[in-house]
Design a binder for this molecule. Structure first.
Ligand code: DC
Length: 231
C-alpha cells in the first residue's frame, strides 16, 4: 500500500493546482479523479446521450473506456484510446460531468481504477469523495474550500488567460449550482470527512496552501516511519 493523500473540495477551490504542486514536491503520483469523470462526460456528450436519462447513461458506459497515464508527473487522460486531456476542460463537459457523476454506475466504473492506483503507488488523489469513500483510510485527508465569489474570479482569470471569453456572473452561478448538485446528491456527495483537515484558501496564495499541506504530509510520514521502526 502506498502513502495516500486525499484532497477533496468544491470546484475552483484550487485543488488541482495545489495537488499538482504538492505531488511534485513530494514525488508522489498525482491522480486527478475529476478528469476521469470528465472523460466519461465527454464520451457521453459525443454519443449524444441525454444527461438526465440515467438508464441511457448507464447502458452506454461499456462503450466508454477511460484510462490515465503519467508523463513526467503530468496526468494524461484517454477516452477509447484518444488523448482527451485538453477537450475535457470545457464548461460544456463540466456541466455534463456534474450531472452524470451522480449516477451509481458511473461512480462504480471509476472506483476500482482509483483504488488500484492508490494501492500501487504513493498517490495524491483529488476529487469530491476521496477521503469519505474511495480512500477512507488515507494517511492524510485535506478538505479545501474557498468563497464562491473568489472561486468564480479564479476561474474567470484562468479562462481569459487562455483567450476564452466568458462572463464572471455566469461562472459564479454555474459554480453555485454545481456545488449544490455535488453536495446534495445521494451517492458520494461532496462532504468533509470527519478526520479531514479543512483549509480555506480564499485568502491564501497557492504556495502558502501547498506549504501547509506539505508540512502536514511530512509530519504524517515521519509518524508512520517511526511507528514502523518502533515495531
Ligand atoms: O474537479 P472537476 O471540476 O474536474 O470535476 C468535474 C466533475 O466531476 C464535478 O462536477 C464533480 C465530479 N467529480 C466527482 O463527482 N467525484 C470526484 N471524485 C471528482 C469529480
Amino acid at each position: 500500500m502506498g502513502f495516500n493523500i486525499a484532497i477533496d473540495g468544491p470546484a475552483g477551490a484550487g485543488k488541482s493546482t495545489i495537488a499538482r504542486k504538492v505531488a511534485g514536491e513530494l514525488s508522489f503520483l498525482y491522480v486527478d479523479t475529476g478528469a476521469m469523470y470528465r472523460a466519461i462526460g465527454l464520451g457521453l456528450l459525443r454519443k449524444g446521450i441525454d444527461r438526465e436519462d440515467e438508464k441511457a447513461v448507464s447502458a452506454s458506459l461499456d462503450d466508454i473506456q477511460v484510462s490515465i497515464t503519467h508523463e513526467s508527473g503530468e496526468q494524461r487522460v484517454w477516452l477509447n484510446g484518444e488523448d482527451v486531456t485538453r477537450p475535457i476542460r470545457s464548461e460544456e463537459v463540466g456541466n455534463m460531468t456534474s450531472r452524470i457523476s451522480s449516477y451509481k454506475a458511473v461512480r462504480e466504473k471509476l472506483l476500482a481504477l482509483q483504488r488500484k492506483l492508490a494501492a500501487a503507488h504513493d498517490v495524491l488523489m483529488d476529487g469530491r469523495d476521496i477521503g469519505t469513500c474511495i480512500l477512507p483510510r488515507a494517511d492524510l485527508k485535506i478538505f479545501l474550500t474557498a468563497d464562491a465569489g473568489v472561486r468564480a474570479k479564479r476561474r474567470y482569470l484562468e479562462l481569459t488567460d487562455r483567450g476564452i471569453s466568458c462572463n464572471i456572473e455566469e461562472i459564479e452561478r454555474d459554480i453555485r449550482q454545481r456545488d449544490l448538485r455535488d453536495m446534495t446528491r445521494s451517492i458520494a456527495p461532496l462532504k468533509k470527512a470527519e478526520d479531514a483537515v479543512e483549509v480555506d484558501t480564499s485568502h491564501m496564495t497557492i504556495q502558502e496552501v501547498a506549504d501547509t499541506i506539505i508540512r502536514m504530509a511530512k509530519e504524517k510520514m515521519m509518524d508512520a516511519s517511526s511507528q514502523d521502526t518502533g515495531r
